[in-house]
Design a protein around this ligand. Sequence first.
Ligand code: ADE
Ligand code: ZN
Length: 335
Amino acid sequence: MDDFVRNIPKAELHIHIEGTLEPELLFGLARRNHLTTPFGSVEALRQAYQFDDLQSFLDIYYQGTQVLRTEQDFYDLTRAYLERAHSERVLHTELFFDPQSHTGRGIPFATVVTGIYRALEDAGRRFGLSSRLIVCFLRHLSAGAAMETLEQALPFREWITAVGLDSSEAGRPPELFTEVFARARRMGFAAVAHAGEEGPPNYIWQALDRLHVSRIDHGVRCLEDPRLVERLQRERIPLTVCPLSNVKLGIFRSMGEHNLKKLLDRGLCVTVNSDDPAYFGGYITDNFLAVQQALDLDRKDIHRLVRHGFEAAFLGEQEKNRLLAEVDRYVSAAA
Ligand code: ADE
Ligand code: ZN
C-alpha cells in the first residue's frame, strides 16, 4: 500500500509556497541576506514548530517569511518545493502565495511573483510539471489592503489564475471581501477561499454566495450543517483538505478523528494536500499515508481522492482527461 500511495500520480491544490520554507533554507537565506533570526539553530527552530491553533502557527509562519528578500530567494524557495513535489509524483500543482507578507516589509510584488514564476516555468521544462498560481489576500488585514494587492497583481494577470483568501479566520468572515472578489472575477480570475477550517459553516456559505468561489480550502467543518453538505454535493464544490495541518493546528485531536473518510463517503469532491509542509511535518505523500493508515483507506479511496485532485484543478478539459487517464493507467497496472 505504501508504494501504491508513493507512486500514484498526484495533483496538489492547497500549498502555500511560504509554508514550504524548510529550516535549513531559512537559515541559508538569513545568512545570504545578512540577517539574524530569533531562532538559534535548525533544531531549535524545528522544536518551535508546536502549535495550539491557527494563530500560533501563523505568528511563526510570518516570522519565517522575513528571510525572503530577493527574486532569487523566491526562486530558490519555489524550486526546492517543485523538486520535492516532482519526487513525490506530483504532475500538477496550484500554489498560493501571500504577497502582503512581503510587500508589507517593502519587498515589491514584482520581485515575489517573478521569482516564483521563473521557478514554475523551469519545472515545466525540466519535469513536465504543470502549475497554476493563486494570489491570496490576508484576511486579518483590511479589504482595502486586499484591493491594493489586486491592483498590484494586474500587470501579472497572465501568470496568475485565481485569487484566494487566507490567514486568521475567526472573526474575519468572507463577506468582508465581497467587493475585491467581485472585481477579481470581473478581471477574469477564478476564486477560492479558506473557509470552515477554524471558522463556522456559515463562512463556507458566505464564500460560495458572496465570493462565488469554485473551491473551498479546508471546509472540514461543513459536516456540522447537513444543508451545506447537500449544496457541496449537488454543485460538486471541491474541498482541498490538509490532514496533517488539521491535526497540528488542533482542528482534530488525532488523525483517527479526522473526518476525511466521512466527507469522501458523503460523495464530496475531497482532495488531499499539504498546506504548509515545512511546518506540519510532511509533504503530500505523508498526508496521504497518514490518512490512509489512520482511517484505514483502501486503494479505491486513494484512487478517488487522487482523481478528485485533477478533477478540481484549474486545467482545461483535455489536459485534465490526459492526466486522469495517467492515474487510471497507474491504478490498473498496480492491481
Ligand atoms: N496561511 C498559511 N497556511 C494557512 C492555513 N492553514 N490557514 C489559513 N491561512 C494560512
Ligand atoms: Zn492553507
